[in-house]
Design a protein around this ligand. Structure first.
Ligand code: ZN
Length: 154
């Protein structure tokens, strides 16, 4: 079996931040790392799920929504993946978009998107406060992030 690219990243050196995970033609995958791997400091299922709903909704309602392919949580509970169409969005624009979404999310005052039995497979574990907190946390991290910092440390 071939080892998939994300397993070649040295997770012992990985700190919370935003990284370029892989490029497949026009599809660019970003690693939104919220927690330092293997420290036991994980996102809870409710945090992952709540932030997923809010981030995905804000990204898909943004002015760059046509470039957003996918947003979803990592199974290791330390972050999320964002896939975009790189022919429409540069790395710098992705940083700007994520900052904007984090700022919006931190102040979001509407109802939790998709919080109903019909819209979600586990709607009871959604908590808007958790989603807002994570938006504020990650927005602060991204406020000093630059394109240079997207490369994984080797
Ligand atoms: Zn859901």
């Amino acid at each position: 079996m071939e080892r998939i690219a994300s397993f070649t990243v040295d997770h012992t050196k990985l700190r919370p931040g935003l990284y370029l995970s892989r490029v497949d033609g026009d599809i660019v995958t970003y690693d939104l790392r919220f927690k330092r791997p293997n420290t036991g400091d994980l996102l809870s299922n409710a945090q992952l799920h709540s932030a997923e709903h809010l981030f995905a909704t804000l990204l898909r309602n943004s002015e760059r929504k046509d470039a957003v392919v996918y947003f979803g949580p990592m199974g290791c509970q330390t972050g999320f993946y964002l896939l975009v169409d790189g022919s429409k969005l540069s790395h710098q624009e992705v940083i700007w978009l994520l900052r904007q979404v984090c700022d919006q999310g931190a102040l979001y005052a509407g109802p939790m998107p998709g919080k109903s039995e019909r819209e979600c497979g586990n709607y009871r574990n959604l908590d808007l406060d958790l989603a807002r907190e994570l938006c504020a946390y990650y927005g602060k991290l991204l406020s000093t992030w630059t394109v240079d910092k997207l490369a994984y440390e080797t």
